[in-house]
Structures are given as C-alpha cells and as structure tokens.
Design a binder for this molecule. Sequence first.
Ligand SMILES: Cc1cc2nc3c(=O)[nH]c(=O)nc-3n(C[C@H](O)[C@H](O)[C@H](O)COP(=O)(O)OP(=O)(O)OC[C@H]3O[C@@H](n4cnc5c(N)ncnc54)[C@H](O)[C@@H]3O)c2cc1C
Length: 502
Amino acid sequence: MSGKSILIIGGGIAGLSAGCYGQMNGFQTRIFEMHKKKPGGLCTSWKRQGYIVDGCIHWLVGSGPESSFHRIWQELGALEDRRFVSPAEYARVVAADGREFIVYTDIDKLSRHMREIAPEDKAIIDEFITDLRRCTRMDAPVGKAPETAGIFDFLKLVVTQFPLLRILWKWNKVSYAEFGRRFKNPLLREAFPLLFTPDFSLSFLLMTLGWLHNKAAAYPIGGSLEFSRAIEKRYLSLGGEMNYRAKVAKILTENGRALGIRLEDGTEHRADFVISAADGHATIYEMLDGKYVDDTVKNYYEKLVPFHPLLHIALGVNRSFQDVPATAHGRFFELSSPLVVGGVEHKHLPVHIYNFDPTLAPEGKTLLTVLLQTNFEYWNKLRQNDEQYKAEKEKIADTVVSILDQRFPGLAAQVEMRCVSSPTTFVRYTGNWKGSFEGWQVTPKTWNFGKLMRKTLPGLDNFYMAGHWVEPGGGLPAVAMSGRNVMQIICKKEKQKFTTIR
Ligand SMILES: Cc1cc2nc3c(=O)[nH]c(=O)nc-3n(C[C@H](O)[C@H](O)[C@H](O)COP(=O)(O)OP(=O)(O)OC[C@H]3O[C@@H](n4cnc5c(N)ncnc54)[C@H](O)[C@@H]3O)c2cc1C
C-alpha cells in the first residue's frame, strides 16, 4: 500500500467515490467541498416547511443485482438498509383530449399498449420492442477502467459485449426527437421527445427501460441526500477526511506537476496527487487558469453540448395522491397554450408526484416537482435584479399551480409549500457550468456512448479529473465509476494492485 496522499476537490458522488476507493487502496485522502455541511453535490435534498424537497434521483441504475453497477453501490455502502420502489410506469404522456401513452416498465405490457394505441406504427413498434428486449439481456461492463485496459481486455470486451455494442451503435445515431418523428400516430410523435432531453441518443432510453424492466434501476426511499450521506458515512469509516466550507480557488502546480490546492480563504494544502471532481470548466479555466489545454480539451468546451439547465419547482401539497400510479420519469400533461420559461417553449407540463416516498412529506401530504428546461443566460441576467428575479420565479410557479389545479381539481388551495430554484441556484450550490444538471449530453451529432474523454490534462502530471464533466451522459452510476476508474489509474501508476476490499 502506497501511503501517498491525495486531495480531492468536490464532495459530490464522484469525489466521494474517488475518496472511498482511495482509502480502500491505502492512500490518505482529503475531500474539500465548498458546501457548508452537505455531501453529494447535485445528489441532494433540502428541507422546506415540513417537506423534504428532492433535487435529484428519479431512478438509480444498479439498485438491483441485475446491473453490474450494483456492485459499485455495494462497495460504496450506498445500499445498506435502503429500500427501493420500482414504479410500474416510466412515464405517462397525457394529451389535451385525454388520450394517454403509458410507458410501462414491463416490456410485454408496453408492447401491447403501443400496438393498441398505434396499430398504424406496427413495424416501428416491433423494431423498438425487439431491441428493447435485447437490452434486458445485456449489461454495461464496470470492472476495469478503460484507461488501464490492454489490447486483450479490449478484444474481450468487443467479443463479450458485441450484442450491446451493436444496439448502441444503431440507436446512438437516432435522437429521441428524431425517433418520435418516425411515428404516424400523433400521440407517440409528441411523446418520444419528452422521455428525456429531445436531442439525446435513443440508446439511453433502451438501456434505461431495460434496467427498469429487470428491476436493476429504481428509486431509493429517503431520497437523494440520504443516499449521498450513506456514501459519506462509508468514506469516513474508511478513514477519509471531509472538509466543508472549503472552496478551492487554485490548483497549485510547479514544473508541470500538481502539488496541491489553495482555498478561497488563502490556506494551502499539499499532496502527492490532486483529483478534481468539481465542475470541469472551472477546474480547467479558473483553478488552472487555462494553462493546460490543447485542441482536444478546447474542443470539448467549444463543441460538446451540456445538458440544458432546469427551473426546478417544488410544491408541498396537502393531498395524498393515493390513486395516482407512480412513474419513474414523471407525467406530462399537454397544455392548451405553450408555457414559456426563459425563452424556452413547453407544450407539456412535466410533473413528478412523490406519492411513493412517505419520508418526503408529512402523513397524507405529498411532494411534487416540476422540472422545466430553460435558458441559463436568461436567468443569469435576471438574477442581477433581485426583485424581478423573484417575481419571475413566482409568476411561473403561479402558472404551474393553476395548470395542475385543472388536472387535479382543488390542488391550488392545497399547496402549502413552494420552492423555486433557477439555473443560477444550481451554479451557486454546485458550481456546474451553465447550470448543467448532468454534464455533457450524448447526441447523435456530438458524441457516442462508450467514447472516452480524457481524465488528465496535457502537460500536467499527478492531476486527474472525475465526475460527469469527463463522462458524457453523466448520471450517478457513471460518476461513481469515474471516481473508481481514476483510482485504478493512480494505482497503475504507483504499480500497485487495485482493491475494493477493506
Ligand atoms: C434534477 C436532477 C435529476 C437527476 N436525476 C438523476 C437520476 O435520476 N439518476 C441519475 O443517475 N442521475 C441523475 N441526475 C444527475 C446526477 O445527479 C449527476 O450527474 C451527478 O450527481 C454528478 O455528480 P458529480 O460528482 O460529477 O458532480 P456534482 O454533483 O456537481 O459534484 C461536484 C461537487 O464539487 C463541489 N465543488 C464545485 N466547485 C468547487 C470548488 N471550487 N471547491 C470545492 N468544491 C467544489 C460542488 O459543491 C459539488 O459538491 C440528476 C441531476 C439533477 C440535477
């Protein structure tokens, strides 16, 4: 065991994961997190007037043993005493005339339902369902970091994962929006772009529905912060050190080597390695002053597309919603006239009804969230004027409540908590560039699943990056794996065997 030291910037899931695996491998790690007391970064929740507003997990891939990510969550102590809910529906899209497209997580049910509502699209439904069934028999490999793999590992991957790679290859080239346009049926045409972000590659939907069908992805009762705290607990029990209110201003370097960090308050800390699990843009262009970039790195930040930021509206409602079936992704109500949020037009209102998690609301009451894609620059500008900023947030919340009141009569009078977070709130609390909630999008135009982004910077030794800014598509399993992979890279450099036992 090396006994060398590592400083980790950011206590989100990637930073916590890097810390846990660092401790397991005998390094002395310290995490520096700018938040005053909470771990988890984006994977968080907060208290408001008796409710817990959940800010993240809709479904966690790896909740069940059918996914190899399960092993990572076990290693990180995230599953201990945790109960999961597996919703029977991924999403429900409700047209203005009452027609519904229910995206069941059971593929047989989904197949029957799609054929019933759109017999005219039989051929395309058959193709979709056939590939979806194939996805249920596959799994993404998680064992060895690709950066440490040799040619034999690569060949083994191609041979064992060929069926998965073939499907990804095919559906990476099609976006949710484009797939929607292939249907003749108007409800399905409108629905598919809503099932994630419209420009994203459809392979993601196939994999997600495959995992949900296998109960390998589900919602953890207790929500996002409880989940993050479990990993922090594991990190501390492994002997790691967590430092809060510790915003890193600069990464210290000398002769092309990372030496340590300087915090905003001026204090400096030194170590053998530095890992940034914080925002990628700030790491490269602010903490390192843009000194370690080449065309590849520049191209990431000029050509790739971050996830669109969100306006996050949470409502605490004195109502049980007990007759409403649970959905993983949410319900989407078609609007009679579009709702414009920071210049982005919405024809449907998405709502997530947490009636399946009693820990988030007092008895008989329910947390609802509405996540609306919006424009970062709009909110950033508006934020300069506090009064206008607050007024705009309230105006949109009023509109959302009145739309929901039409769907659930009496709801407006039952709303007892409202909490609206804009993209600038996301930036303030987590530093994510342009308020992106999951790093880079994977789109047919920009990127493919499985294509590697560099975790190092040119000309800088002993420095690594982890988290969703180096894992296109982002998400919790990807960033946990990212922290694990970085530690494998460091172990290889130190000529020591990577271990997950301790
Ligand atoms: C609304 C929403 C829903 C989501 N739903 C899901 C889901 O259902 N399933 C799923 O898998 N994923 C989901 N995600 C995505 C997932 O949350 C992210 O991809 C993941 O949490 C990113 O983790 P990270 O550690 O890479 O980054 P972050 O969570 O951003 O962590 C970075 C950390 O670094 C800290 N930091 C930043 N700058 C500094 C600095 N200068 N000094 C010190 N600390 C710093 C931040 O405070 C933060 O704690 C969702 C995200 C959101 C917002």
